[in-house]
Ligand binder design. Sequence first.
Ligand code: TRP
Length: 333
Amino acid sequence: MFNGQKVSFSGIQPSGNLTIGNYLGALKNFSSYSEQYKCFYCVVDSHAITVRQVPAELRRRTYETLALYMAAGLDPEKNTLYVQSHVHEHAELAWILNCFTMFGELSRMTQFKDKSAKHADNINAGLFTYPVLMASDILLYQTDVVPVGVDQKQHVELCRDIAERVNQIYPDMFTIPEPIISTTGRKIMSLADPMKKMSKSDENTNAVVYILDDKDTIIRKFKRAVTDSDMEIRYAEGKDGINNLINIYACFTGKSNEEIEREFAGKGYGDFKMAVGEVCADALAPVQARFNEILDDKTALEVQMKKGAEEASYVARRTLSKLQKKLGFVQVR
Ligand code: TRP
């Protein structure tokens, strides 16, 4: 709780260009949360360095990710928007929580297994304890709800286990958070392989529509989307490509699958792909315009970052020092 309001916390890695999957599954819904919750949105640069980053790109993407949050409609007056490394309490709490997390628990994390297979030459300890830093992000703000993609559910569950373990020893230390798994947009699939989630780290950029793609690129990508040899635009088993396009169209227009099937009855795949591209590009255009405006004024963006970090530290400091006191750390302030 924060001033009588429930707390929502979410983080986005600045490690790749954000996709329409990120937009529909997360960013687009975030602005409606601020009515109901005190919201913290964090650009998690410390998480990003668990895999090697090019410094100039990490820096650029950190600015861009924050700008995108704002461009997608998050008002920095109502929400706390900040960068993880600006609030050192995240790293400090992570160390403490490392001592309350079991080796076996971390070994079971599917993302760790996936990432260590993918980066076999760099299975560093940070990659292994990544979920502990994420738990620290969440628990520092006495978070009630965590909006995440389904791939992060296991990490939030681990966070709950850690919090409960700490609470058993030090009662009432942490609020136990609940994940909120968004249902819209959580199944935006790759345009090249509709059995696979659309991922910002996909090497095939034609499979992925980025929030910042221009209209021509968006339309070209949808035109090339893999479909099937059937001719009908209908949502059905085995039609993964078309199902994905219907879902994307539904997310952007708010129409139901049945309405879409009716709208495109008798039309060809080409027309439908064009229409999906159009609604997507039109929906993203105002976000892109705001994004460019925000990014144009770096100084103003840095002022926002600083303000966000100050707000966040104020809350984070209270949680951290409460725990330090319970642990027996000497406090001389
Ligand atoms: N691990 C998340 C992801 O890759 C990002 C993240 C870091 C996060 N800390 C968080 C998400 C805290 C929610 C809450 O998507």
